[in-house]
Design a protein around this ligand. Structure first.
Ligand SMILES: [Zn+2]
Length: 329
């Protein structure tokens, strides 16, 4: 287990953890042990550009500082999780997803620190989720873990040999861009067959719309607006066969990606996190079936597959825990 061993002086101190998502931003006050003591979420105004987003993040920090004051806690810094490739040492966004226009090249850590007068530590959101699940979530106590986030996109993080793997350019864990079909669907990253094009919320919604356009009989047709992945999950749960089969297909692609990852990394646990983890067994069972069928028994027998226990708080806790580590170092 990593993280900072809390000293008595840490008892009245907290780090603000922020999970900046393309549609939603969540934040909390986090203790040195990873306990989330206050929590809130707000819609992300990604369309406002980097200046507007920085102002929004500064306002979130102000809100959390006020929460800390009410709890008589001293705030020692900010841990921020963001999509994209992050240089954690300098806090610079090396490459951002199209969902956050203008984010690439931003000196995020320095810019936010200047406006909130607190040290700011930035990590990739999948990596932060992995850190949170590893220290205080579904992978607690493990030395080698793979955490996959399935939401609007697909991401994740790798715990290897008892530490979070960042990689040479800070990009380790870009699981969404693992190819499951060499000649498959084009991805926005420039590659083909990326698993994100089959199992993300975006992909599931798009596949549902394709099925509807084909005239198939399904309760999804009763919606008065374009179908989203949550609709597919709800319909599947209510017994809609078409919705169930969409999730089986998506889950099977996830299973193919997990098979490759487990072969490469040999984790003791795979944790499925992110918004679509709420689909639970509807998505995980087909993924696990493919994984168990394709893995050698010697690897499969010792492998646990679990759902996130931290839910939407995983990246908040993880970003704050990584900041605790860096600020105490
Ligand atoms: Zn890709």
């Amino acid at each position: 287990m990593s993280g900072v061993r809390a000293s008595s002086r840490d008892e009245r101190r907290g780090v603000i953890g922020i999970d900046l998502g393309a549609t939603k931003t969540a934040a909390g006050l986090v203790s040195a042990e990873g306990t989330v003591m206050a929590f809130g979420s707000w819609p992300t105004r990604a369309g406002d550009g980097p200046g507007g987003l920085l102002a929004q993040l500064a306002a979130v920090v102000d809100d959390m500082v006020a929460e800390a004051r009410a709890l008589a806690l001293e705030v020692v810094g900010v841990g921020l999780a963001t999509p994209g490739i992050v240089d954690a040492a300098s806090g610079v966004i090396r490459y951002a997803t199209p969902a956050l226009p203008g984010w690439t090249g931003l000196r995020l850590s320095a810019s936010l620190a200047a406006s909130v007068a607190l040290p700011v530590v930035v990590h990739n959101d999948g990596q932060a989720t992995a850190q949170g699940e590893w220290v205080v979530g579904a992978a607690a106590g493990c030395t080698d873990a793979l955490v996959v986030t399935v939401g609007t996109g697909v991401g994740g993080g790798i715990i290897a040999g008892g530490r979070l793997l960042l990689g040479h350019e800070g990009s380790a864990g870009r699981i969404g861009h693992l190819s499951v079909d060499a000649d498959g669907r084009w991805c926005w990253c420039g590659a083909r067959g990326c698993v994100e094009q089959y199992v993300s919320g975006t992909a599931i919604a798009r596949d549902a719309q394709t099925v509807l356009a084909g005239g198939v009989e399904t309760t999804l047709r009763q919606l008065a607006r374009p179908v989203v992945a949550a609709d597919v999950v709800a319909a599947a749960r209510a017994g809609d066969g078409v919705a169930r089969s969409l999730l089986v297909t998506a889950g099977s692609y996830l299973g193919a990606a997990l098979t490759s990852l487990v072969n490469v990394l040999s984790p003791e646990v795979v944790v499925i996190a992110g918004g679509l983890a709420e689909a639970g067994t509807l998505l995980i069972e087909p993924a696990e079936a493919v994984l168990r069928e394709r893995l050698p028994a010697v690897l499969s027998s010792g492998l646990a597959i679990r759902l996130s226990t931290l839910g939407s708080r995983a990246a908040v806790a993880g970003a704050a825990l990584l900041a605790w580590e860096q600020l105490a170092g």
